[in-house]
Design a binder for this molecule. Structure first.
Ligand SMILES: [Zn+2]
Ligand SMILES: [Zn+2]
Length: 213
């Protein structure tokens, strides 16, 4: 049984997830910790729970999801793992930050390992399956835990909402297709942990999501 901690960071109110199990190994997905106090908060949480971070993953590389990549990679000596198709987004990190008037960010490390559709993410006693769900960004991925019935959805699907598609590499029809052919094939009781806002379920979104009915 894995446990999920949600920490909400940075001016974009992005959800960073720590997933761990009884082995005490944990993975960190989309570290959005932005300033020194948010970075300390993340580390304090990991220490408090006695966890050992073993992987650093990004669902996609928009700035709000990767502000803390450098900190986590350095502090825990972890390679960054992303889908290859997100490299252009990763490369745009510093210029995009400047565009928002954000100047005090630390460049993300380059990926040390690539994740593909279907890749199993294993740590401790837990396995997550990688789903390829483009549309919000060119190669957004989601991480699905079949055993514990949840999916880490990045900015693909939100509580009664979907990710924006007006950023470079975004496409509305592609996003709807990703949700319909990947996420909506998961069981209705699957809990969706999104990149922003509160959690939901696949069953709830099938009925109540105004973009997908
Ligand atoms: Zn995004
Ligand atoms: Zn986001």
């Amino acid at each position: 049984m894995s446990n999920i901690i949600k920490l909400t960071f940075n001016p974009f109110q992005e959800n960073t997830y720590i997933i761990y199990d009884d082995s005490k190994e944990c993975i960190i997905i989309d570290p959005g910790c932005y300033d020194a106090s948010e970075k300390s908060f993340l580390s304090a949480k990991i220490k408090e729970l006695g966890l050992k971070p073993v992987r650093l993953l990004n669902t996609h590389c928009h700035l709000d999801h990767i502000f803390g990549n450098a900190y986590v990679a350095k502090t825990y000596n972890l390679p960054l793992e992303i889908h290859k198709g997100e490299i252009p987004v990763l490369e745009a990190f510093l210029p995009t930050s400047l565009g928002y008037g954000i100047t005090n960010v630390e460049a993300s490390p380059l990926p040390g390992r690539f994740i593909e559709e279907g890749t199993s993410i294993c740590f401790g006693e837990t396995t997550l399956k990688t789903l390829l769900t483009p549309g919000h960004s060119p190669a957004s991925i989601c991480f699905y835990n079949e055993k514990d019935s949840y999916v880490i959805a990045g900015d693909v699907l939100f509580y009664e909402g979907i990710g924006r598609t007006d950023l470079p590499g975004g496409d509305y029809q592609t996003l709807l297709n990703s949700i319909n052919t990947e996420l909506f094939l998961l069981p209705d009781n699957t809990i969706v942990y999104p990149g922003h806002g509160i959690k939901t379920t696949i069953g709830h979104e099938k009925v109540h999501n105004p973009f997908l009915s």
